[in-house]
Design a protein around this ligand. Structure first.
Ligand code: NAD
Ligand code: TYD
Length: 342
């Protein structure tokens, strides 16, 4: 079958392409990606010339381009990773989040209806549920937790989720949605917590921790997320939402300390900076449905995953070094110079 993967030049999408090409070599993969600041064609270098793979540069919100690609390729399955994905950028400038994450998703679903796509899978996030209090470790997000977003990013993802469910009910589009917790692993853009801390530590630059570093995230190794999506598109029930997470909650400050320890760098590099506006306190996923319905369980323990990830950044400086020049440095200076506490 032909699988259209949008956003496949980004972090999770590229890992998903690598996983699918290995697990299902008989399938054809078409990747549609606009190559925004977060998309990097060099990430896909190892598969660009492979048989059964095609890369197309384009915007998911460009209706003419999307319709003609669907007519040409007639995909059986669409997996939509394409998104603006960084909370801090959404706080700075929400508009592009609405265009890509909501309008883009609706254009892809219109094209999917026209072409009789057999499955439209929307890659969503646990952030659509808002946050949980720090002093109630007994509470988790289930698929029935009401949507209650905090940032322009999570609101745009929640808007897309509602549209996806509406296309299912109104037009009968065969959809599934997955809502995953925070991912880490190779090829993550260095604006996100773990790669940012690894790269700053390697360069002996300050490690900017928002607030007191007590916010909690539920971390999942990216390959486990990719395997879960593979299961959902093959065996998941149409119209259903699946939460993905590994019961691996960590405070930000503990992650930062672990990165420093692994790299043999001093804790004096930690710099507490002004908090993120509207900063979600705690995310924690209940992944029971993924386990009971689809038999999915995470395979990578956090300690192993973080060591593998750090090693990957150490061995792949040629991937991240060009990324942290130019536009990224302008972004970094803009975001972090304003955050430094007096
Ligand atoms: P990313 O920012 O690394 O990659 C996004 C990709 O989408 C990039 O390659 C970019 O070029 C592409 N893109 C952006 N706008 C586009 C457009 N208009 N048309 C076509 N392509 C476009 O993001 P990621 O971390 O890989 O996240 C992928 C998906 O997973 C997103 O939908 C995100 O909401 C979701 N998600 C991410 C996490 C996480 O921890 N990173 C957790 C749960 C869910
Ligand atoms: P991030 O990787 O942006 O993911 P998300 O906000 O989607 O969970 O941030 C993870 C956590 O790390 C979040 O609580 C914010 C915090 N953080 C910092 O403390 N410093 C930083 O420089 C960044 C980017 C994030």
């Amino acid at each position: 079958m032909t699988i259209l993967v949008t956003g496949g030049a980004g972090f999770i999408g590229s890992n998903f392409i690598f996983h699918m090409m290995e697990a299902h070599p008989e399938d054809r993969i078409v990747c549609l990606d606009a190559l925004t600041y977060a998309g990097n064609l060099s990430t896909l270098e190892s598969v660009l010339d492979a048989g059964g793979f095609r890369f197309v540069k384009g915007d998911i919100a460009d209706r003419d381009l999307v319709y003609s690609l669907f007519e040409e390729e007639r995909p059986d399955v669409v997996v939509n990773f394409a998104a603006e994905s960084h909370v801090d950028r959404s706080i700075e400038d929400p508009e592009i989040f609405l265009r890509t994450n909501i309008i883009g998703t609706s254009v892809l679903m219109d094209a999917s209806r026209r072409c009789g796509v057999k499955r439209f899978h929307q890659v969503s996030t646990d952030e659509v549920y808002g946050d949980l209090p720090l002093d109630r470790p007994d509470l988790f997000f289930t698929e029935d937790t009401p949507l209650h977003t905090s940032s322009p990013y999570s609101s745009s993802k929640a808007g897309a989720d509602l549209l996806v469910l509406a296309y299912h009910r109104t037009y009968g589009l065969p959809v599934t949605i997955s809502r995953c917790s925070n991912n880490y692993g190779p090829y993550q853009f260095p604006e996100k917590l773990i790669p940012l801390m690894i790269i700053n530590a390697l360069s002996d630059r300050p490690l900017p921790v928002y607030g007191r570093g007590e916010n909690v995230r539920d971390w999942l190794y990216v390959e486990d997320h990719c395997k879960a999506i593979d299961l959902i598109i093959h065996k998941g029930r149409v119209g259903q939402v699946y939460n993905i997470g590994g019961h691996n909650e960590m405070r930000n400050i503990d992650i930062v300390r672990l990165v420093l320890e692994e790299l043999g760098k001093p804790e004096s590099l930690i710099t507490y900076v002004a908090d993120r506006k509207g900063h979600d306190l705690r995310y924690a996923i209940d992944p029971a449905k993924m386990h009971s319905e689809l038999g999915w369980l995470p395979e990578t323990m956090f300690r192993d995953g973080i060591v593998k990830t750090i090693r990957w950044y150490l061995e792949n400086e040629s991937w991240w070094r060009p990324i942290i020049s130019g536009e990224y440095m302008n972004y970094y200076d803009r975001m972090y110079s304003g955050k430094v506490k007096a």
